[in-house]
Design a protein around this ligand. Structure first.
Ligand SMILES: [Ca+2]
Ligand SMILES: [Ca+2]
Length: 82
């Protein structure tokens, strides 16, 4: 029984550590669901916040999914098979 619980815990940990898709990442960061990550929403993620200026290509103060995908940060963080 104890082995089963440990195995389940291992599986859960593994899936939680899986690399997110850009859509999952946007959903997680985009608190108000407007399709963009604003600076205020990016505060939750220090790495993202640090790269914010580089990711926000058109400098409108928010990150779209397209900007995220085309950024170095996005390529590193997200599992993009395209
Ligand atoms: Ca938003
Ligand atoms: Ca932008």
């Amino acid at each position: 029984m104890r082995t089963t619980i440990l195995a389940l815990a291992a599986v859960t940990t593994f899936s939680a550590a899986a690399i997110p898709t850009s859509q999952e990442f946007m959903e997680k960061m985009d608190s108000d669901d407007d399709g963009f990550i604003t600076l205020r929403e990016a505060v939750k993620n220090t790495d993202l916040l640090r790269e914010f200026g580089d990711i926000d290509i058109n400098e409108d103060g928010k990150i779209s999914e397209a900007e995220l995908i085309s950024s170095d940060y996005g390529r590193e963080v997200l599992s993009l098979s395209v």
